[in-house]
Ligand binder design. Sequence first.
Ligand code: ADP
Length: 411
Amino acid sequence: MSLILVVNSGSSSIKYQLIDAHTERREASGLIERIGESMGRVVHRAGSVSTESEMPIRDHRAAFAAMVDACAAAGQPLSELGLSAVGHRIVQGGSEFVDPTLITDAVAARILELAELAPLHNPGHHQAIVAARAAFPQVPHVAVFDTAFHQTMPPEAYTYAIDTEVAAAHGIRRYGFHGTSHQVVAQRAADFLGEPIHSLKQIVLHLGNGASVCAIDGGRSVATSMGLTPLEGLVMGTRSGDLDPGVLLHLLRTGYSVDQLDELLNKRSGLVGLAGSNDMRDVRAAADAGSARARLALDVYARRIRHYVGAYLVELGAADALVFTAGVGENHAPLRSEVCVGLEWLGIEIDAARNASLESGSRRISTDSSRVQVLVVPTDEEAEIARQSWQLVSSDRASSQSRERTESLPG
Ligand code: ADP
């Protein structure tokens, strides 16, 4: 049995999926929100049946109890299904977590310490880890880090040009995020092309509400646009992406507080700041209806992506594949065409009909003569977390079994 409970937790919400790591089949999924508020909400889906209930959910422990109840009520008692592992998505793993990691007390404590670098994410992850380990004490828990895939970047790609002592004292460097997505999409693109990943140079554009680009050489991340935090790089739904750091100093001097700046850059910038909505569909509709503001937002959005594509082509020295993924990348043909327009001289030629096709699954949108294969490849971070968790616990089990066998051999 390879059933994995994948947990994506915040300080007031937990998203979960029950996934068979082999088949990638979803046995169930759900969302628990408003943890700690006077009234919480639990949504559980199994197949085509969805149930919703409201109840006070005091803390993360109560949230896991509610999840166990919701699964049992849907005829999926977790105690009988035989969970192989709980896989926890962790945003910030610092420089030390480069692989999926079995969660021990020490690992959990380190994830909490790393909250210094990810105050919005790691505290909620830690609360969920403590609660989930209490709820499922017999099951191995695995941490899968958004930052891990990018730890192969060379120093010149992750070093910011500031005083090295200040940087060292505060852990300031580029960590990069969306690593699980970049990793699974790069592998799926290689599978689609029928080429070994180690022979490919790829640029992956993860364009969702959060957005980042990654240069991947032979399956290894060599550059990525997000930095110390998931704020740097591309224009996102509500985040600014790249900005002159002088803007922050200027606003601080004009009286903005740190919290106001945080809110401005994380929640009121990007598409929502420029055009009033963080949803690409709304912004496109407004631009098509003649809004100059929405048109400018789209132009800034696409131009920033092209800026990184150019930079990463130079970084890689060539590209075999340019891959679009996540909500915008998978579903929004006009943007893909705006990113690629005029790049024929770089060997990037998209085919208008293939780009407009509503086919699902991995697909090619470049012309047959395009030197660079332009692909749309759906991401699936949860399935990848399930796969990595399963791989770790099954190899751990295999190695402890072989250790036991060796130890029991007559000496
Ligand atoms: P998250 O970063 O929250 O995981 P997703 O990858 O699901 O985000 O992307 C969500 C975004 O994708 C939406 O805000 C919207 O802008 C965009 N999106 C989703 N579906 C479409 C669509 N059919 N056409 C254009 N944009 C879409």
